[in-house]
Write a protein that binds this ligand. Structure first.
Ligand code: GTP
Length: 334
């Protein structure tokens, strides 16, 4: 099966990190987010992914320069102006005349895609949306359904106490070719605000499947930090990285890391490859990236130190994403 992954957004809420690295290539526990997503797709038999690019496209073509990810073939389609979610899907899927999976390139999930496609097929839907349950739906597109899953309405960002349900559009879709061809080519169109609401005019086309699995939109600084801790705690379904070894529960070390015997590591923690943690340093609930250094006596709490970054002796970091390739010689806190 083919997938279209929407990765063309500018990721403004994660600036300044996204000035140089597009959001889908930012690391989550030392693995580029998009690699985690492609691993998930591959697990369910997706053998070709079309990356719908717009912002910083060269970052993607450089990262996946052999146009493959494992056994999966990658294709790059670059928009020269933002086409929105539906416009981006239509442009990327041009020439594809079969059912496709579509996912937002900023959602960390362990959704069972096999069950999702079965649900779509058994309902004879033209399009199926995955739904996730959140405590506060006011920042999301809320999707009430009938008992059998047929979508009743789309309610964008309702007031918390006026939301008809806590089930929100989780950003993974199955679309039939009829839906793709109904989207105008090369126009800016939103799937959430235009394509799906228009499908409600004809009953029996649009369904949604509720999933209780793990789901997180990584698009804000708080969620970006939260995603890393969730991965370290195994909530997203896999060990944090293929090469990390769990030295004690929740303390993961990658090859080549040098950790002083009197440094303190408090789970969940991941220390990246070829990094150093010097004497008396304390790293708690944090990720240290590859080739980073944590100086003697430094204290790193609830933070992510990105690749090639130096935290000097005695420095303190709390609730912060630092780097890549930066240096801290004082105190930084959120
Ligand atoms: P913010 O600027 O912080 O809102 O982030 P964003 O640019 O990623 O936007 P948003 O979170 O709404 O996007 C959801 C998903 O759609 C992300 O994976 C984006 O990369 C992608 N996306 C958003 N707009 C476009 C677009 O115009 N074209 C393409 N191809 N993808 C898009």
């Amino acid at each position: 099966m083919k997938a279209v992954v929407l990765v063309g957004g500018a990721g403004t809420r994660l600036r300044p990190l996204t000035y140089t690295t597009p959001k889908p290539l930012l690391p989550i526990a030392n693995v580029a987010f998009l690699e985690r997503q492609l691993t998930w797709l591959a697990r369910y038999g997706v053998d070709e992914a079309v990356l719908s690019l717009g912002y910083l496209p060269e970052a993607f073509t450089d990262h996946f320069s052999d146009e493959r990810f494992g056994d999966m073939k990658l294709r790059f389609v670059v928009e020269h102006e933002p086409l929105g979610t539906a416009g981006g899907i239509r442009f990327a899927a041009d020439g594809i005349n079969e059912r496709v999976l579509v996912c937002n390139g900023d959602v960390l999930t362990d959704l069972d895609l096999g069950a999702f496609v079965d649900f779509h097929e058994s309902h004879g839907a033209e399009a199926t949306i995955s739904l996730a349950r959140v405590d506060d739906p006011s920042a999301f597109g809320v999707v009430p359904t009938r008992e059998d899953g047929e979508v009743i309405a789309f309610v964008e960002k309702p007031l918390r106490d006026q939301a008809p349900t806590n089930w929100i559009n989780a950003g993974t879709y199955v679309l039939e070719p009829s839906v793709l061809s109904s989207i105008p080519l090369r126009l800016n169109v939103s799937i959430e605000r235009e394509t799906f609401p228009r499908m409600l005019e004809r009953p029996g086309q649009l369904y949604a499947m509720r999933s209780e699995g793990y789901w997180l939109d990584i698009g804000t600084p708080t969620k970006y930090l939260e995603a890393q801790m969730d991965v370290l705690e195994g909530k997203a379904g896999l060990p944090p990285t293929p090469t990390a070894v769990e030295r004690e529960p929740g303390v993961w070390i990658e090859p080549g890391a040098l950790i002083a015997s009197d440094a303190t590591l408090i789970a969940p923690v991941l220390i990246g490859s070829d990094s150093t943690v010097e004497p008396r340093a304390r790293v708690a609930s944090s990720v240290v990236g590859p080739r980073a250094s944590i100086g003697a006596g430094a204290v790193v709490t609830d933070s992510v130190v990105l690749a090639d970054t130096a935290v000097d002796a005695g420095a303190e970091l709390d609730g912060v994403v630092l780097g890549p390739d930066a240096r801290l010689d004082g105190k930084a806190e959120a």
